[in-house]
Design a protein around this ligand. Structure first.
Ligand SMILES: Nc1ncnc2c1ncn2[C@@H]1O[C@H](COP(=O)(O)OP(=O)(O)O)[C@@H](O)[C@H]1O
Ligand SMILES: Cc1ncc(COP(=O)(O)O)c(N)n1
Ligand SMILES: [Mg+2]
Length: 542
């Protein structure tokens, strides 16, 4: 089918936005959502009193082992903060060994499920997984025709990781002729890309690029060929084609057997990000990062005895996991300075203890000149104090020191170790903060898996040479550009901290201070005064 024909087929099916040039559709629909306060507005109902949540409807098969299919979709959407309704196409008897049985849901009953959800709920994005028959594809297309949605993400599931057939070759015509032309994104793996292209070889990254372009000619606006099964690859490489440009997306390949359901999870997470308002490439990058982080966290968990285990979408199953990062700990963030401690003739551990006694909620050790061995000893003694008081301790810049003293995490600057590298070394449980001055850096921080942003210098400061001051306006811009919690830093003390907090930005969680605590005679007293000032400034009736 030519791409022109494919385009023509789209118009009755999509929202009116679909008459715009094809590669811009997702971006445009998302922009429309952000600015449109009418019936298409995502989060507020007309009367302003009810909060509408982003909604993905998955049309897929059930996996009794709950690693893939509907169950993976529900978990992925839950983890990404999106509501997920479920239209079940087939019930599989499946576990980590393979698929033992498939029971296809009768067509009329599939239609009834679609009708129940779509007649009652406002669905933003539809994501499809296992579609076991041509008729099921047809019923879905008819339903979408009647009730258009903002985007359609098609994961053309055919064979499970275990090698069992979930949708046979008879489905290919329906995929090619009916579903692909109306899809905003298709996410075939190597075998599925090859099957859709009549068996052409897809075995290298170059093959994946050609396949993505050929698949795009079948009508979908965006194509992501997934390389989880690429032979001999050290990375997990996916190839994305937006109709104009090829993007090779690389992430670290996690050595684990727990990869059952990665494809379903990736597609659902992309659908969730698009439902929240993201455009396609950022949605894909964030989702790939999410899959990588979940696999990393789950690499050692053991569920079932088969060769392909499920992973943990919520990063919570391992018994020893500490509490997830609580952004409120950024409220009064004490950053140590060795120069100030020697000026006041204070061992660092005493300074840390005093700051905590005064109310510091998190501590960062910032030692720019210490010998490595001394730094480790210092960090260990501070770690003991912090742990006994339940206050997290981060190490500035030095991932090796953080590992050596089992600190709670690190804070890195833009020229230190990249957040992604630090994350792959420290694992998903440690806290990673990164300094950002610009909205671009803030967006990158989120994609790279940082837990928080340190934004500054807000005011001029002596503790950092040649540091550009971003001011309150720069802080505001960074906060508004990110979902990550932010702590303000640079020249902040008791006199100006209230002005910072009175910006009342929801993700601005606190202030980080150096001299205002550590270049003072009584650290405990100064910390207490700052704590009180911050508490008053953040009280809503002040
Ligand atoms: N071991 C791994 N480490 C990191 N990412 C992986 C790994 N295996 C798969 N992925 C990623 O998971 C996603 C799903 O890919 P894939 O496994 O190829 O799909 P499917 O599950 O449909 O066969 C892709 O983004 C892929 O790069
Ligand atoms: C019901 C259902 N849907 C999809 C998959 C594919 O998942 P995977 O490729 O990870 O086996 C599956 N195994 N079962
Ligand atoms: Mg897989």
């Amino acid at each position: 089918m030519s791409s022109n024909q494919a385009c023509l087929r789209l118009s009755p099916y999509q929202t009116p936005i679909s008459i715009l040039p094809r590669t811009r559709i997702i971006t445009m629909s998302c922009k429309a959502r952000q600015v449109d306060s009418g019936s298409g507005s995502p989060l507020l109902a007309g009367d302003g009193s009810r909060t509408r949540v982003p909604h993905v409807m998955t049309v897929a098969g059930s996996d009794s082992g709950a690693g893939a299919g509907i169950q993976a979709d529900l978990k992925a959407c839950g983890a990404r903060g999106v509501y997920c309704s479920t239209v079940i196409t087939a019930v599989t008897a499946q576990n980590t060994v393979g698929v033992q049985g498939v029971h296809i849901v009768p067509e009329e009953f599939l239609a009834q499920q679609l009708d129940s959800v779509m007649s009652d709920m406002e669905v933003d994005v539809v994501k499809t997984g296992m579609l076991p028959s041509k008729e099921i594809v047809r019923i879905l297309c008819r339903a979408l025709d009647k009730a258009p949605v903002r985007a359609l993400v098609v994961d053309p599931v055919m064979v499970s990781t275990s090698g069992d057939v979930l949708a046979g070759p008879a489905i290919l015509t329906a995929f090619r002729e009916e579903l692909l032309p109306v899809a905003d994104l298709i996410t075939p793996n190597l075998k599925e890309a090859s099957a859709l292209l009549d068996g052409i070889q897809v075995k290298t990254v170059a093959d994946m690029c050609s396949a993505a372009k050929l698949l795009h000619q079948m009508g979908p606006r965006h194509v992501l060929v997934k390389g989880g099964d690429l032979p001999g690859s050290f990375d997990a490489v996916d190839v994305y084609f937006d109709g104009k440009e090829i993007h090779e997306l690389h992430s670290a390949r996690v050595r684990t057997k727990n990869t059952h359901g990665t494809g379903c999870t990736l597609a659902s997470s992309i659908a969730a990000e698009v439902a929240k308002g993201s455009s396609m490439l950022p949605a894909i990058k964030a989702s790939k990062q999410y899959v990588e982080t979940s696999l990393l966290y789950s690499k050692d968990i053991s569920i079932g005895n088969g060769p392909q285990g499920p992973f943990d979408h919520f990063l919570r199953l391992k018994g020893q996991r500490q509490q997830p990062f609580d952004p409120n700990v950024l409220f009064l963030y004490a950053v140590t300075d060795s120069g100030m401690n020697s000026k006041w003739n204070r061992p660092i551990a005493n300074a840390v203890r005093e700051a905590i006694e005064g109310g510091a909620t998190i501590v960062q050790l910032r030692e720019k000149h210490a010998e490595t061995r001394d730094f480790i000893e210092m960090a260990k003694s501070c770690m003991e104090i912090c742990r006994s008081k339940g206050v997290p301790l981060l190490i500035n810049d030095r991932v090796d020191i953080a590992l050596a003293c089992d600190a709670d995490g690190v804070h890195v600057g833009q020229s230190d170790m990249p957040v992604r590298t630090a994350r792959s070394i420290l694992g998903p449980e440690k806290i990673i903060g990164v300094s950002c001055k610009t909205t671009e850096q803030a967006q990158q921080a989120w994609l790279d898996g940082a837990d928080y942003i340190g934004c500054g210098g807000i005011y001029p400061t002596n503790t950092k040479e040649n540091n550009i001051t971003v001011g309150l306006d720069g802080l505001k811009a960074v906060c508004l550009s990110t979902k990550l919690p932010v702590v303000a830093i640079g020249g902040i003390g008791i006199s100006n901290a209230p002005a910072v907090m009175k910006l009342r930005l929801p993700n601005l969680k606190g202030v980080a201070v150096v001299s205002a605590l550590f270049d003072r005679e009584c650290i405990t007293g100064e910390t207490k005064r700052l704590q009180e000032a911050l508490t008053i400034a953040t009280a809503y009736d002040s």
